[in-house]
Design a protein around this ligand. Structure first.
Ligand code: GLA
Length: 439
């Protein structure tokens, strides 16, 4: 039994903003709308991070800003007349500001005299030196020898991943190196201890695959390697690379993998998977450090994870239909509720804050394709949990943000629909500490 009284229930009455990075979950901006910046990248100016990505509906470049990588303010479209621009990335090779992306398999470059807004078309070219058309755009800037050099990364057709310098006039300059090692795309570069790491994905359309890393002691190549950045069966935790961000803090340097968790069409229900990376500069490998929830302190560079405030065990909940309690080795209480077709597990007296808060549903399904799990919060209509987190069904801890009523008054019902043999094993629900709560 959960010792409810032993818990310090100082859950804040209002949990403003996002407190954790939850890979695969729907992320909301500061207006409460789903963040719409796919295939993007992040740059830092002063104390502020700017994230530019493509809007799912028309691939117009959209910008968001944040000072903590958690709470993102929508700054709107940066070039509203420009559509069909895939994977936009910011660069500043001179006094002007630039956005580069793919349009009709050309490199489209947009220029603006100021950082925010006002971008308009400057050029639309194929890739030098071979006039290749291409698909995916990446961006990297190198700060070695005291000056910043910007590099455009592209996955050219003909299975060439190219790295081209950006000239001072914003034009796509010389190719400095390339990777001709197979069908790769979605390139990004991160540099650690003077080793350059080039991360790419395989070419499997919107379906995720094991992304790989190649390395070199120079941006000029040659690139060698090709090991997986996550266990192969995880398919990069259901994501595809788009950008690498380095946070050099006062105590630690944290390297962040930024990927897209695409839906089946690259559409509006696509989410984001950001994870810290473990870079081994000796072995020349990268491993994503998977966590269902995490954050990085942008000043110290230190990564942390939420503390569980409260846990509700499925075997203590109200069971209906064919739900039965069984032993469960990986479950915290060593028991879980197995439910089949048309059965429900109802958790009562769940504590809410009255505003958005993180909870995690712990469950496993027999086969994510054979059915779906849903939740009902109080008297609201059922929600397919996959629409709140693209990891649902693929991982046994599924964080989602919900708004519950304040106090121990909420009822959450967990159910499933699917084929006769679709089985769900429900472990429990966890509530996490919120960002602005007094501990
Ligand atoms: C690849 C690209 C995506 C998108 C899809 C379309 O996955 O990386 O950006 O273009 O192909 O199939």
């Amino acid at each position: 039994m959960l010792a409810l009284v032993a818990l310090c229930l100082s859950l804040a009455s209002s949990a403003l903003g996002a407190s954790w990075i939850a890979p695969g979950a729907v992320w909301q901006d500061t207006d409460g709308n789903k963040i719409d910046a796919h295939g993007g990248g992040v740059v830092k100016r002063g104390d502020t991070f700017y994230w530019v990505g493509q809007a799912a509906s028309n691939q117009s470049p959209q910008m968001y800003s944040s000072t903590d990588l958690l709470n993102w303010k929508n700054l709107g479209s940066q070039a509203s007349s420009v559509t069909g621009m895939w994977r936009p990335k910011i660069a500043k090779p001179n006094g002007s500001f630039w956005l580069y992306g793919q349009q009709d398999r050309y490199v489209l470059s947009l220029k603006s005299a100021q950082f925010l807004g006002g971008y308009s078309q400057s050029a639309k070219v194929h890739l030098p030196p071979n006039d290749y058309s291409y698909s995916d755009t990446g961006m990297f800037y190198d700060e070695s020898s005291g000056k910043k050099t910007w590099y455009l990364l592209t996955s050219a057709d003909h299975n060439v991943v190219q790295i081209n310098r950006l000239n001072a006039d914003g034009a796509v300059g010389d190719q400095v190196s390339n990777l001709i090692a197979g069908a790769y795309e979605a390139p990004g570069i991160v540099k650690a201890d003077n080793v350059y790491f080039l991360i790419v994905s395989g070419k499997t359309g919107w379906r995720s695959n094991p992304n790989k890393v190649f390395s070199s002691s120079s941006i000029n190549g040659p690139w060698t390697g090709g090991s997986d950045i996550a266990p192969a069966a995880e398919n990069t935790y259901g994501s595809q690379n788009t950008f690498e961000l380095t946070i050099k803090g006062s105590q630690a340097t944290t390297y962040i993998y930024m990927g897209d968790a695409w839906d089946s069409t690259g559409g509006a229900s696509s989410n984001y998977v950001w994870l810290p990376m473990n870079i081994n500069t000796g072995a020349k490998t990268i491993q994503l450090q998977y966590h269902a929830m995490w954050k990085v302190d942008v000043n110290t560079g230190v990564v942390s994870y939420p503390a569980t405030k409260k846990r509700y065990e499925a075997e203590d909940a109200d069971l209906s239909g064919r739900s039965v309690v069984k032993g469960c080795d990986h479950c915290l209480s060593k028991r879980s509720v197995h439910q089949g077709y048309s059965s429900e597990v109802t958790f009562r007296n769940v504590t809410g804050t009255g505003s958005k808060q993180w909870l995690s549903f712990h469950y496993r399904v027999s086969n994510p394709e054979a059915g779906e799990a849903h939740i009902l919060v109080n008297d609201e209509p059922a929600i397919n949990i996959s629409s709140l987190n693209s990891r649902a069904g693929y991982h046994n801890s599924i964080p989602v943000q919900l708004t519950l009523k304040p106090g121990d008054v909420n009822t959450i019902t967990f159910g499933s629909t699917g084929k006769e043999d679709f089985e769900v094993s429900v472990d429990g629900i966890e509530l996490f500490e919120q960002d602005d709560e007094e501990l």
